[in-house]
Ligand binder design. Sequence first.
Ligand code: AMP
Length: 226
Amino acid sequence: MAPNASPQRQVIILLGGPGSGKGTQAKRMTRLLGIPHISTGDLFRKNIANKTPLGMQAQSFMDAGNLVPDEIVLDMLFQRATLQDCSQGYLLDGFPRTIAQAEALHQHLSNQPAQLKVFNLLVSDEEIIKRISGRLSCTACGNVQNRYFSPPTKEGVCDQCGGKLVQRPDDRPEVITERIKVYKKQTEPLIRYYKDRRVLITINGEQAPDVVNRQIMLTFVPKHTP
Ligand code: AMP
């Protein structure tokens, strides 16, 4: 997107429906690539937990499975993305979710050049429903476990920190259906958007997390031309 960008500075986007594994992959990638993970969903959840005005504005949209309005998201995101730890780039999880957000990011990057790479994690609706209905999130450390795939050793207790595991309010079955609908209508058009800009890499998100991670990380290995 920015052809003269310094090769060191990378902005990575993880696209994919709810429960496609964006958060899981982002946590691994941020460790391996040494750039911060910015999850707009996590930023909103923190604001809600701390009862900030931003959290209160976002909560009703999130609880209904709808997107938080662009102007709220954009302010929050760009404030975060201009902090010092983002000087070498950052990894976006859950942003952009609309074409307007993608355009705003494009505009932002024209002042702060970076190489853009977009991964689309492809997962079927059936798999999404199965994954989300079992998802349990730790209220203390943010660790995510799953009732079916990675059940907690002790019911309701996080394996990582001993905190309390709960179902996210927007992971309730009636909200999941709405989130999938919103994803298809508002976020899926971004696949075409980034494909046209030749920065999209599609990965089969139904594979084991290790396999998905390996396939993603292989795209960062420099190709040698003889
Ligand atoms: P996530 O944790 O990415 O699944 O996001 C949870 C919820 O936060 C979404 O269903 C939206 O209500 C809200 N949200 C997160 N990121 C965005 C965004 N980029 N634009 C609008 N709403 C968002």
